[in-house]
Design a protein around this ligand. Structure first.
Ligand code: C2E
Ligand code: CA
Ligand code: CA
Length: 857
């Protein structure tokens, strides 16, 4: 039956079967069954071979309708033609409605039967073909062109419009995998469809525009343009559309643009260029659009060179391990070192890891290189031990890529034990950003290493955007704080010092030693010493050096002399202030420190002069703003006035901290250092003020305070109640339904009722779900009261609202709300979010409790 198409005939009437066989067997191989069930079984077994079925309607046992139903239900895609002896329309309509492809009437007309069967077969093949074609050209999830077809269409469009200008744009969503792992892949799919729809709408409004899905959440479009502004405007509008998806999370797109300067390039190359441009801004939260520049291609070529040479370089020992000493601030002597790799290229000289490590991380080669570096360190540690030297511990870097090896912990143990190195001598540095990539793996690796006696350091702490929360999640032993992260702009020195001070203070408080790295100046050393940082690493002490040089350094145990007592206040001195006018002008307006000259009359002060940095920080010059006391929050006014008085009385730099409003309506925390300069006339005194934005520091402190409070709150039972504050009965009911099994749900119809319940059950409420718009007392007021009360301020709140207003969202988050969900509700989303918030709080409590027990011993 292989060379002819098979047609299956099912009819209980033997004569009819014979007739059909006669008609069809010239062109087909006919298989016939008397019984529909047997026919169906055959069909199921030979789905691939049977091209068409002719089935009688009326049969004993399973009839034609039932047969049709079974075929459809089992998903068999074979055309079924129904044979009927009555030509009534009802029967015809019914068989077609039941999924028959066609029908033929008895008695049979040979030509018609043949034609119908052939027709049915052709139609299925046509559909199959179209389906294949569709799959080949369209993306199945979104229904828009796939990469291949999009590139082909683009080629045609460019060829048809040789005189026009085109821009090729590629975009994706930053950290999309987080969305997927957080909200599930069905939510991810929904976002991808949304993005495709946005493109479809865009294309409907324009001519000469092609677009398609490249892969995952990556899309591209190519369109005609006249001015570059027009293109950027289009992208801006599109970013708006993407952001307005708004399922309470921030979708941050990355756009790469290639303004096509050579129409003969293949669209694939154009896509590469746009991709390169997009990578420029990956992970950058301010600038989300990159434009292709020719240098980018050059960089790509350089990367290719690195890839071509790396394997040989490793074989030929071109990679050299350097050590950079870490100094103890107590002894000013070396206390350890970090291993940093160098590439000594025979032709190009020394290549810095900043150039090749990112490339190796992309292609996975870093794993081999790291293993090499680790082994070198093990060998040296062994050598020193054998020589009877008691070596300081050496830390090595673990790349985020290394973490994907499920055996990483075993590997390290195996290596270190091979050389019989005490585990405490081999330390490991992991970057905080690796945590963002894969929190779960990172947690496992860190605890695995710690259980086996290794010391784990969190490298580049503070570079990610959620440093504090990471610290709560992962129990590392040591924090490495990179000084360079905090003043990259050079305009906020004061602020970065405050952040570092807070981080070091917090580390101390949690019993974690801190290593400051990137220390270049004596001032920094003094500063770090004054805030209690134990270890430092940086060019000020020593640069990374070959291992034998390090050996020498340690043997000599050279102390580093540190100049003490550097003036850290950064205040302008009187001399500078009163020196000649043009000089002062320069000094004053270019200083990175927001500064001001003020006048104080005993009961209020005014600004006489402010510098540019001041204007940048506060959005206004302070001089023309009217009475500065007006924008200081009421409760701090006295502190400020007192600081002025004390600065005169004690004649020393006096600091005060206060909260003030700024032009945009936000509030900032400010530290003000006042230096008394002298008197003008009888009543007025002149001061120099140095101001620092300490908002972040204050936030850290608030967090610390919370931590302390949770610690003191002791062993309370796990909160079991969920408080819903919402005037809509419907919403309350939905939420109650979702959580009834896992929590005791309490309902309040307005803020006041909610507040009373909250106060009564403050130790039992796990989370509050809060509507914003309610009669009697609205959500905002509820929050104000809740936050003002020591006992309730820490209970997490999730705001529910029908409003999709981003401004409101930001407001709420500033009021300490933990999360935000919008109506209409999606049950899984709420359930997941509530669980997240509660889990987070519980983990936090647990960590604090463990710490508490630890510090008791
Ligand atoms: P990192 O782990 O944060 O290492 C510190 C980097 O800061 C080193 O750069 C070091 O030379 C530099 N540094 C130290 N003190 C100062 C200072 O006072 N001022 C300035 N401006 N820089 C200072 P390096 O050696 O170029 O390494 C760059 C990065 O490459 C490292 O950053 C690390 O992430 C990576 N890396 C280096 N070696 C390895 C390795 O063997 N394996 C892995 N996975 N990564 C490595
Ligand atoms: Ca490091
Ligand atoms: Ca580092």
């Amino acid at each position: 039956m292989a060379n002819k198409d098979v047609v299956l005939v099912i009819d209980d009437d033997r004569i009819d079967r014979e007739i059909l066989k006669n008609i069809l067997s010239k062109d087909f191989y006919v298989v016939d069954y008397q019984d529909a069930q047997e026919g169906f079984d055959f069909l199921a077994r030979h789905e691939q071979d049977v091209k068409c079925v002719v089935v009688d309607v009326y049969m004993p046992g399973m009839d034609g309708y039932e047969f049709l139903k079974k075929v459809n239900e089992s998903g068999l895609k074979i055309p079924v033609i129904v044979a009927t002896s009555d030509s009534g329309e009802d029967t015809q309509v019914r068989v077609l409605a039941d999924g028959a492809w066609d029908f033929i009437s008895k008695p049979y007309n040979a030509e018609i039967v043949k034609l119908r069967v052939q027709n049915a077969i052709m139609r299925t093949e046509f559909f199959a073909f179209k389906k294949l074609k569709y799959i080949a050209e369209y993306d199945v999830l979104t229904g828009i062109f796939n990469k291949d077809k999009f590139l082909k269409k683009t080629r045609i469009m460019l060829d048809n419009n040789p005189d026009k200008k085109f821009a090729f744009i590629r975009f994706d969503i930053d950290r999309f995998q987080l969305v997927n792992s957080f909200y599930g892949s069905s939510e991810g799919d929904r976002i991808i469809k949304y993005l495709a729809m946005g493109l479809e709408n865009l294309a409907n409004q324009r001519q000469n525009l092609t677009y398609g899905r490249i892969e995952a959440e990556v899309f591209a479009l190519c369109g005609e343009y006249e001015t570059e502004e027009e293109v950027f405007k289009l992208i801006e509008d599109h970013i708006e559309i993407i952001k307005s998806y708004n399922r309470n999370f921030d979708l941050v797109p990355n756009f790469g643009v290639y303004f096509v300067d050579d129409l003969t390039l293949s669209p694939g190359v154009m896509l590469d260029r746009a991709t390169l441009a997009a990578k420029e801004c990956k992970g950058n939260y301010i600038d989300t659009v990159g434009v292709f520049k020719p240098e980018m291609s050059i960089r790509l070529e350089k990367e290719q060179e690195i890839v071509n040479e790396m394997v040989q370089a490793l074989q030929e020992d071109q990679f050299i391990v350097y050590l950079q000493p870490k100094y103890s601030l107590e002894t000013n002597a070396p206390a350890g070192a970090e291993a940093l790799v160098r590439w000594m290229h025979p032709k190009k000289g020394m290549i810095s890891p900043g150039l090749f490590i990112p490339v190796f991380e992309k292609n996975g080669f870093i794993e081999r290189l790291d293993h090499y570096v680790w082994e070198v360190i093990c060998k040296y540690l062994r050598k020193w031990l054998d020589e009877g030297i008691k070596p300081h511990p050496i830390s090595v870097n673990i790349s985020r890529v290394d973490l994907y090896n499920p055996q990483i912990v075993e590997f390290i143990i195996g290596l270190v034990d091979k050389y019989s190195i005490p585990h405490e001598l081999f330390q490991l540095e992991l970057t905080e950003t690796a945590y963002m990539d894969n929190p779960h793996i990172m947690k496992q690796v860190v605890s695995g290493l710690k259980e086996n006696g290794f010391t784990v350091m969190m490298d580049d702490f503070g570079s990610g955007y959620s440093s504090l929360s990471v610290l709560k999640e992962i129990e590392v032993d040591v924090l490495k704080i990179d000084m360079r992260f905090f003043d990259s702009t050079g305009t906020n020195d004061g602020r970065s010092e405050n952040i570092i001070a807070s981080v070091v203070r917090m580390a101390k408080w949690l019993g974690m030693p801190a290593v400051a790295e990137g220390v270049e100046k004596a001032e920094q050393v003094n500063f770090l010493g004054s805030v209690g940082c134990e270890y430092v690493q940086g060019f000020y002490f020593a640069r990374p050096m070959p291992i034998d040089e390090y050996e020498k350094l340690v043997r000599e145990n050279k102390e580093k002399t540190v100049t003490k007592n550097v003036d850290l206040t950064g205040a302008l001195t009187m001399d500078k202030l009163w020196s000649s006018a043009p000089e002062m002008e320069i000094l004053f307006s270019n200083s990175a420190q927001p500064s001001a000259i003020c006048e104080f009359d005993g009961s209020k002060f005014t600004y006489l002069r402010t510098n540019n940095a001041y204007k940048e920080l506060f959005g206004a010059d302070g001089v023309s703003e009217g009475n500065p006391m007006d924008y200081i929050f009421y409760e701090y006014k006295n502190d400020v006035l007192e600081a002025f008085t004390n600065a005169i009385k004690n004649d020393e730099i006096t600091e005060c901290q206060y909260k003030r409003r700024v032009q945009q309506g936000n509030a900032l925390w400010v530290s003000k250092k006042l230096q008394y300069i002298g008197k003008v006339g009888e009543e007025k005194s002149i001061f120099v003020a140095n101001l620092t934005d300490i908002t972040v520091q204050k936030e850290v402190e608030t967090e610390l305070k919370k931590l302390k409070k949770v610690m003191n709150s002791g062993n309370k039972d796990k909160p079991k109640k969920l408080l819903v504050v919402d005037d809509s009965e419907l919403s309350s009911r939905i939420i109650k339904d979702i959580f009834d099994n896992s929590y005791e749900v309490m309902l309040a119809k307005n803020g006041l009722e909610g507040l009373n319940l909250l106060r009564e059950y403050k130790n039992e409420v796990a989370v509050v779900l809060l509507d914003m718009v309610m009669p009697i007392m609205d959500g905002k007021e509820f929050l104000t009261h809740k936050n003002a009360d020591e006992d309730t301020v820490d209970i997490p709140v999730i705001v529910i609202s029908s409003e999709n207003d981003e401004g409101l969202q930001v407001d709420m988050l500033q009021m300490g709300v933990n999360d935000y969900i919008t109506k209409p509700f999606v049950a899984e989303v709420i359930a997941r979010r509530v669980k997240n918030v509660i889990d987070y709080n519980e983990r936090f409590r647990k960590m604090v409790k463990e710490y508490q027990n630890m510090s008791k011993d």
